[in-house]
Structure formats: structure tokens, C-alpha cells
Design a protein around this ligand. Structure first.
Ligand code: FAD
Ligand code: DLZ
Ligand code: SF4
Length: 530
């Protein structure tokens, strides 16, 4: 039975530890959190599978399975370590299918005297729990998740203090390197003599180069898949239930990290932006789900990768390591900073006033555009695409085609195994769709076929011709690109980074410009069948 026990705290002296319910959300599977360092008989941990989370957007089936499996195995481990755990399966009768309803029900049922939770990373859930705590009659307390390098508002405060007009990721990244002493030499200078080696990365994969085979896991998850079908949870994408490939436990996360450090890191930076038919993960780490669910921490990832480089400096160039570290302590923390500085208005941003519906082929991959077909089909098959596929193929097309950012967001939030709103939203609305008017991306990430061809082998086997702007077989990216420049010319004329493109468009032959715009118009009108 539960009892009131005494607990000593170094900060507060003697405190009375009351019978406490502690919430663990599906993206808080951090076994190293200080909560779990001792077992207390009067503390009970609660994890819940709920319809409010499975249904707020259509998720990929592999994403739902990853979270549920991760939560189930995490709860099992907690129980085996001697913690009290309550776990609500989705199909249970007592499950009221919302976090707050279940918490209220359990507080009453077991007469808990305290409710504690960790800061949620999603604004929606944060608000829900704040409101709950205002209404509860029991004591409440919220804790840090002990996961990120930064606090929620740290980046905003950093830029405010600097009185920066724009929030440049690079400025923040350098500050992070200094503050956390990452890749600095004895004189506080960046190791390798430069802060950023991006220019030496970005190579196309050579024709005969066979990348490392992705590390896969093999678990039978048929029971969860069947349960989701029985409960009629609407999902997207496919799954091999007998052979589930994503890592979801601490042990598997550690194995995945070692695999990345040993097998992928030496070529990570070089081929970070490359895209190849049939190769879905190349030298990428696929650590995003493991980090976003907090199964492993960004600090562990960064430290392990730097250790690998320190021991193998003859074979691993600093550019590969810096390129990777920048993604984690730079981009990942930066996106979190944007999210907390700009929510809730950020989720309604649509500065380009884009209103078109998302084309059907985003859900099926059925399109003649090979780059889109490859990137979408791969996403449906694996719940994964790497950054450049997300940004410069599917995101690029959505922006050029003027798709409503709400529809674009819903797609990205559902389809990827790593999609949690705090990181998905600034990447999609901000970086990819320029819907924030250039806070994240000082210039829109758009391109014609030229860039896609430079970084991939998609164009070689495409129905469309990468070189043409007009004509039935001309690549849609080409005319849509110039249409995009033309459509928002007033904005680009004020953006010095777009100066070259504006000048280029303006000096083109008027007759040819009209034909390009006509081709773009045809594509808009027939968008579901291109
Ligand atoms: P790697 O290429 O191996 O990179 C290592 C790690 O760096 C990643 O695991 C990730 O944690 C971090 N990282 C790299 N780029 C970014 C970035 N731009 N923002 C934040 N972290 C980054 N990432 C998510 O984690 N969740 C999302 O929902 C998400 N949605 C995106 C939507 C769009 C439109 C775009 C353009 C990017 C999105 N990203 C998202 C960022 C990035 O594409 C993924 O983090 C990355 O592809 C995950 O694969 P990986 O682990 O193999 O990454
Ligand atoms: C993604 C997801 C899904 C599909 N289901 C659940 C769930 O049933 N229970 C849960 O605690 N978490 C789930 N998650 C992860 C949540 O989206 C995430 O925990 C919250 O949004 C808080 O950031
Ligand atoms: Fe994509 Fe155009 Fe290349 Fe086809 S030609 S793969 S549509 S960029």
C-alpha cells in the first residue's frame, strides 16, 4: 500500500513526500532522468496511449507503433526496476482517451495527494496540463525534462540581449559551441580553424559508390498493428508488422548511435545532401526518433561522435563531425527556440497567403515527377526521408505550388517517425514554407530541377525533362520556380538574397516569360495528375 514517507532534499531541507502521481508522456522516455534514480513507494508513474494523441493528425503507422512500443517497453523496464507504474493501453475500457481525463480519474481513484509532470515539448499539451494544474485540488509540480542543451526561452533571450534584428542560426550555433565547449581548442578557437565546414560538404554520390546498408531492427509488432486496426485508428503508410525496423529502447538506441559513429560518420558531411534512387538513409544517423522521444540525449550523441573522431582523426575529417554536431546543437536547439518564442501564433503563419490544397499524390506517391515519387514512396514505406528530400523535394514543390501551410504541416506532422510539433513546425512553416516571412530562412528554399539534378540521380529516369521550362514534358519545378519568383516579386525585390533571381527573371524575354507562366498555370490546374 502507499504511505507518506519523509524525503530529504538538499535545497529544501526535510520535505514530506506525499502520495504522488507522475506523468510520463510518450516523448519523455528518458531513463536517465533524475526522477528514476531512486524508487519511492509512494510515487506512481503513469503512461497512457490515448486517442487525443493518435487522432489529432493522421500519423504514419510506424510512428504510432514506435511511440506505443517505446512507451510499453519503457513502462515494463520501470516496473522491473521496482517503480510503481500505471499503463493505459489504448483499447482498455477505463481509458478515457485524453491525458487530463485519465489523470483526474486516477487522482480520485487512488487518492493521490500530488501530481507531477515534466515540461511537455508541445504547446498544446503544455497548455492542457497548465490548465489542469490550475483546476486540481492536489499539490502540483512541473520538472525539467533534463534533455535539451537550452531552456525554452534561452535562444529568444540570447538574441534579445544581442539586439539582433534577425535570428541567424549560425550566430546561435557559435554561441552554443562556446557555451558548451564543443569542438573548441585550448585557445577557445574552433577546432580545424573554422566554425562551419558546410562548403566542403554537399557532394553528389559518385555513380559506383555503394553506401553503407542501413542498420535495421527486427521485431514482431503484429499485436500492436492488429490492436490499432481493431480500434480503427486512422493511419497512413505501410508496415511490415513481423519485421519492425525502428529502434525503440535504450539498448537499441545505444546500438544505433554506435553504428552511426563507426559506419556513417566518416562520410556523413560529404553526402549529407545527396539523394539516390533506392537508397533511403545513406549516411544519415536516423537518430531523430530516439532523440525526440528522449530515449537518448543530444549530449550523449554529440559526445559519442566527438569521441569517435578524436580516436580516429586519421580517417574522420573534422568537416564530417562539425557538420553533424551543427545539426544537433545548432539546428535542433534553434528550432526549439523558435517554437517557444513564437507559439501559439506561429502555427497560423501564412505570410505568402498560400491556399492551394495538398495534391493527392502526397498520400500515394503516384506522380510522374520522379524526385517526388521517390521521396514520397520512401516516406510511406519507412516513415522517413532525410533532410534534403524533405526540404528540397517535397517541401520545395509545396512552396512552389502555393500549398496551404496548414495542409503541408499536417502532412509532415503525420508522416515522419520523428515528427513532434516543436521541431516539425519551425522546419515546415519556417524553414521550408517561408510562412513566417523569413525568420528561419532568410531566403526561401526553392529551386528548379537544376539543384535536384545536381544532388541526385532522380532526373535521369524521370518522365519529365530537367532542362525544359515549357512544353508537355518540361519539368514542373522549372516553370513553377519562375512563377513563384513572379508571383511574389514585391517580396523578393526587398530581399537582397533574392536579388540575382529577380534580376534574372526581369531580363528574360517577355514572350518566353509568358509561356513559362502559361505552363505553370497548366500545372496548377492539373496538379493532381502531373
Ligand atoms: P541526420 O541527418 O542524421 O541529422 C542528425 C540529427 O540532427 C537529426 O537526428 C536531428 O535531430 C538533427 N537535425 C538535423 N536537421 C535538423 C533540423 N532542420 N531541425 C531539427 N533538427 C535537425 N526533424 C525532426 O526531428 N522532426 C520533424 O518533425 C522534422 N520535420 C521536418 C520537416 C521539414 C519540412 C524539414 C525540411 C525538416 C524536418 N526535420 C524534422 C529536420 C530533419 O529533416 C530531420 O531531423 C532529419 O531528417 C532526421 O533524420 P536523421 O536523424 O537521419 O538526421
Ligand atoms: C506521437 C504520440 C502518439 C501517436 N500517441 C501518444 C500517446 O498515445 N500517448 C502519449 O503520451 N504520447 C503519444 N505520442 C507522443 C505525443 O505526441 C507527445 O508525447 C506529446 O505531444 C507531448 O509532446
Ligand atoms: Fe524531379 Fe524535374 Fe528531375 Fe523529374 S526532371 S526528377 S520532376 S526535378
Amino acid at each position: 500500500m502507499f504511505a507518506i514517507v519523509k524525503l530529504y532534499s538538499s535545497e529544501n531541507g526535510l520535505i514530506t513526500m506525499k502520495k504522488t502521481l507522475r506523468l510520463v508522456l510518450g516523448d519523455q522516455l528518458n531513463s536517465k532522468h533524475s526522477w528514476f534514480s531512486t524508487q519511492e513507494e509512494n510515487i506512481t508513474y503513469l503512461l497512457m496511449e490515448v486517442r487525443s494523441e493518435t487522432d489529432y493528425v493522421s500519423h504514419h503507422i510506424q510512428k504510432v507503433v514506435s511511440f506505443f512500443l517505446g512507451m510499453r517497453l519503457f513502462a515494463k523496464d520501470l516496473g522491473e526496476l521496482g517503480h510503481n507504474v500505471i499503463y493505459f493501453n489504448l483499447e482498455e475500457k477505463r481509458n478515457q482517451q485524453r491525458f487530463t481525463a485519465n489523470i483526474n480519474y486516477l487522482l480520485d481513484l487512488h487518492n493521490f495527494e500530488r501530481f507531477e509532470y515534466q515540461f511537455p515539448d508541445e504547446y498544446r499539451v503544455d497548455e492542457e496540463l497548465k490548465l489542469l494544474c490550475q483546476q486540481l485540488k492536489v499539490e502540483t509540480q512541473v520538472y525539467d525534462t533534463e534533455h535539451f542543451y537550452t531552456q525554452r526561452l534561452e535562444m529568444e533571450e540570447f538574441f534579445d540581449k544581442k539586439k539582433s534584428k534577425g535570428w541567424l542560426m549560425e550566430t546561435f550555433y557559435r554561441e552554443m559551441r562556446k557555451k558548451h565547449r564543443v569542438l573548441l581548442d585550448a585557445n577557445e578557437k574552433p577546432v580545424g580553424g573554422k566554425w562551419n565546414f558546410d562548403q566542403t560538404n554537399r557532394k553528389k554520390l559518385p555513380k559506383n559508390h555503394k553506401p553503407v546498408s542501413p542498420k535495421l531492427f527486427h521485431r514482431d509488432v503484429s499485436d500492436i498493428v492488429k490492436m490499432l486496426e481493431d480500434q480503427k485508428v486512422k493511419t497512413i503508410g505501410s508496415i511490415d508488422g513481423k519485421n519492425f525496423l525502428w529502434p525503440v529502447t535504450r539498448k537499441e538506441g545505444e546500438e544505433m548511435l554506435v553504428f552511426f559513429a563507426e559506419e556513417c560518420l566518416p562520410l556523413f558531411g560529404d553526402f549529407q545532401d545527396a539523394m539516390v534512387v533506392g537508397e533511403w538513409s545513406l549516411y544519415h544517423s536516423r537518430l531523430s526518433f530516439l532523440m525526440n522521444s528522449k530515449i537518448i540525449s543530444p549530449k550523449e550523441v554529440v559526445n559519442r561522435v566527438i569521441e569517435q573522431w578524436q580516436k580516429n582523426q586519421g580517417t574522420i575529417d573534422i568537416s564530417q563531425v562539425e557538420g553533424f554536431v551543427r545539426q544537433i546543437i545548432g539546428w535542433r536547439e534553434y528550432m526549439r527556440g523558435i517554437y517557444w518564442a513564437k507559439m501559439p501564433q506561429y502555427e497560423n503563419e501564412n505570410q505568402l497567403n498560400h491556399r492551394t490544397k495538398l495534391p493527392e499524390f502526397y498520400w500515394t506517391g503516384k506522380t510522374k515527377m520522379n524526385c517526388m515519387k521517390q521521396s514520397i514512396q520512401q516516406s510511406l514505406q519507412y516513415s522517413y526521408a532525410h533532410h534534403i528530400q524533405r526540404l528540397m523535394v517535397t517541401g520545395n514543390f509545396a512552396l512552389l505550388a502555393g500549398i496551404d501551410p496548414q495542409e503541408v504541416d499536417d502532412w509532415y506532422l503525420g508522416i515522419y517517425v520523428d515528427a513532434i510539433q516543436w521541431v516539425e513546425l519551425p522546419n515546415t512553416r519556417g524553414m521550408s514554407q517561408w510562412a513566417d516571412g523569413g525568420l528561419v530562412a532568410t531566403k526561401p528554399y526553392v529551386s528548379s530541377a537544376n539543384y535536384i539534378d545536381k544532388m541526385s540521380n532522380y532526373c535521369g529516369t524521370c518522365y519529365y525533362s530537367k532542362k525544359d521550362k515549357i512544353g508537355e514534358k518540361s519539368c514542373p519545378f522549372n516553370s513553377l520556380y519562375w512563377n513563384f519568383i513572379d508571383r511574389h516579386l514585391d517580396k523578393w525585390e526587398k530581399n537582397h538574397r533574392m536579388g540575382m533571381m529577380v534580376a534574372n527573371w526581369k531580363k528574360q524575354d517577355p514572350e518566353q516569360k509568358a509561356q513559362v507562366l502559361e505552363r505553370a498555370q497548366y500545372l496548377f490546374e492539373n496538379i493532381n495528375s502531373i
